[in-house]
Ligand binder design. Structure first.
Ligand SMILES: Nc1ncnc2c1ncn2[C@@H]1O[C@H](COP(=O)(O)OP(=O)(O)O)[C@@H](O)[C@H]1O
Ligand SMILES: [Mg+2]
Length: 365
C-alpha cells in the first residue's frame, strides 16, 4: 500500500514562482503523469516529493504520513532521471547492487534481488558489462532496475525516456507501463510529451505556470479539456481554434466566426448562453473531427482553399486556408480532394465541437 498526497505545494526561486499551489492525490498502484511545457514546474514538484527541494508552503504525505521533514533516504521512494547517472566504473551487477549495499543488505539477499530485477528487465546477460558497453535502451533499463531493486513505495521518474531515439522511446514506454502494472508500484512520472502521457498514464495532471489546470484520466483530458491551454496541449496535430462572436437572433444562438456562421442546436445554445461572460468565444474542433469534401455535402458548411496535403500512410493531414486561419484536418486517404489551391468544402462533427470563453479561457462546451 502506498498513496501520495500533495496539498497546496508552493516553491519559489528568487522571483520565479516554480510551483504555485499544486494539490493532487495518487492512489495506491496508480501511474500519474505530470504533463506540461518546459518550465511549468514539473521537476520542482517531483523534487519536493522526493525531498530534494524544500517547499515554501504545502504538505506532502506518503501513506498518510507527513514527510515534509523526512530526508530523502527515509521517504522510501526511488527516482529515475533523464540522465541515467550509472556508475561508469562499476559493472551492471554492481550498479544494481549499489542501493542495497548502501543499506547493508546481506550478500545473498542482494544477489537474489539483483537477479530478480535483471530477469524482469531482461538484462540478465548484461550483468558483467560496464555501462559504456551498453546501448541507450539497455542503460535506461539498468537505471530503472536500480530504482526498482529496493522495492520502493513510490517511483518518481523525470523524463526518463527523453534521451532515447524515437523508436526505442515508444518501445520502452510500453515496457515501462507493463512493468509498473505488473509490480503495482505507485508512480509519478514527468514528461512534456503529450503522446507519452496519453499512452502511459492512469491519470494526467496538465500543468502550466506552476499550476495544475486539469487532473483526470487521459481520455477525459482529451475529450473534455477544462480550458484552452489543455485543449491545445493534447493532440497532434493540435485542436483547431477559431474566434467567434456569439449572437442571439430569433431566440437562436449563432457563432459568427467570419469564415462561417454556425448555429448551435437549441438545447446547446441555452446551456452556452448561461455560461459565457461576454459574447466573445473560441470554437475548438480536432483535426480528426473535421470533414472535407470536393463538392458540398450536408456535413460541410464553409469553404476554404486546399493549402497542402501531408500523407501519413494510414491517413492524410490536410491543411486548408479559410480567411486568416490555417486549419488542419485528418482524413482517410480515400477522400476525394480538389487540386492544391482550389476550393474545398469543410465542416466538423457537430457534437465534437468545443467552445471556450475567450476571456476566462474556460471550457463552456
Ligand atoms: N534551482 C533553481 N533555481 C532557480 N530557478 C529554478 C530552479 N529550478 C527551477 N527553476 C525555475 O523554476 C521554473 C520551473 O522549473 P522546473 O520545475 O524545472 O520546470 P519543468 O520541469 O516543468 O521544465 C522554471 O522557470 C525554472 O527556470
Ligand atoms: Mg523538468
Amino acid at each position: 500500500m502506498s498513496k501520495v498526497r500533495v496539498l497546496g505545494l508552493r516553491k519559489r526561486f528568487d522571483k520565479t514562482i516554480a510551483v504555485d499551489g499544486v494539490s493532487f492525490e495518487v492512489g495506491d498502484g496508480d501511474f500519474v503523469v505530470l504533463l506540461g511545457p518546459s518550465g511549468c514546474g514539473k521537476t520542482t514538484t517531483l523534487r519536493c516529493i522526493a525531498g530534494l527541494e524544500t517547499p515554501d508552503e504545502g504538505e506532502i504525505y506518503i501513506d498518510d504520513r507527513l514527510v515534509n521533514d523526512l530526508p530523502p533516504k527515509d521517504r522510501d521512494i526511488a527516482m529515475v532521471f533523464q540522465s541515467y547517472a550509472l556508475y561508469p566504473h562499476m559493472s551492471v551487477y554492481d550498479n544494481l547492487a549499489f542501493p542495497l549495499k548502501m543499506r547493508k543488505y546481506p550478500k545473498n539477499e542482494i544477489e537474489r534481488r539483483v537477479k530478480e530485477v535483471a530477469r524482469l528487465l531482461r538484462i540478465e546477460d548484461l550483468l558483467e558489462r560496464r555501462p559504456r558497453q551498453l546501448s541507450g535502451g539497455q542503460q535506461q533499463r539498468v537505471a530503472l532496475g536500480r530504482a526498482l531493486v529496493r522495492n520502493p513505495k513510490v517511483w518518481l521518474m523525470d523524463e526518463p525516456l527523453s534521451n532515447l531515439d524515437a523508436k526505442l522511446r515508444v518501445y520502452m514506454r510500453a515496457e515501462l507501463k507493463k512493468l509498473q502494472k505488473d509490480l503495482k508500484i505507485t508512480t509519478i512520472y514527468v514528461t512534456h510529451d503529450q503522446a507519452e502521457a496519453m499512452a502511459m498514464a492512469d491519470k494526467v495532471a496538465v500543468m502550466n505556470h506552476g499550476k495544475i489546470l486539469q487532473y483526470a484520466p487521459p481520455n477525459v483530458v482529451y475529450e473534455k479539456p477544462a480550458d484552452l491551454f489543455v485543449a491545445g496541449f493534447l493532440g497532434s496535430p493540435p485542436m483547431n481554434f477559431v474566434e467567434a462572436d456569439l449572437i442571439e437572433r430569433d431566440s437562436k444562438i449563432l457563432l459568427d466566426a467570419g469564415i462561417f456562421v454556425y448555429q448551435l442546436p437549441d438545447e446547446v445554445g441555452s446551456v452556452v448562453k448561461g455560461k459565457v461572460t461576454s459574447n466573445k468565444v473560441v470554437l475548438g474542433f480536432r483535426p480528426e473531427h473535421m470533414i472535407l469534401s470536393k463538392n458540398k455535402i450536408p456535413e460541410t458548411f464553409f469553404q476554404a482553399n486546399l493549402y497542402v496535403v501531408e500523407p501519413m500512410g494510414s491517413n492524410l493531414i490536410v491543411d486548408i486556408k479559410a480567411g486568416e486561419y490555417l486549419l488542419k484536418a485528418i482524413v482517410a486517404p480515400t477522400v476525394e480532394l480538389p487540386p492544391l489551391g482550389e476550393r474545398v468544402w469543410a465542416g466538423f462533427i457537430a457534437d465534437r465541437l468545443h467552445l471556450f470563453d475567450a476571456k476566462t479561457e474556460l471550457a463552456i462546451l
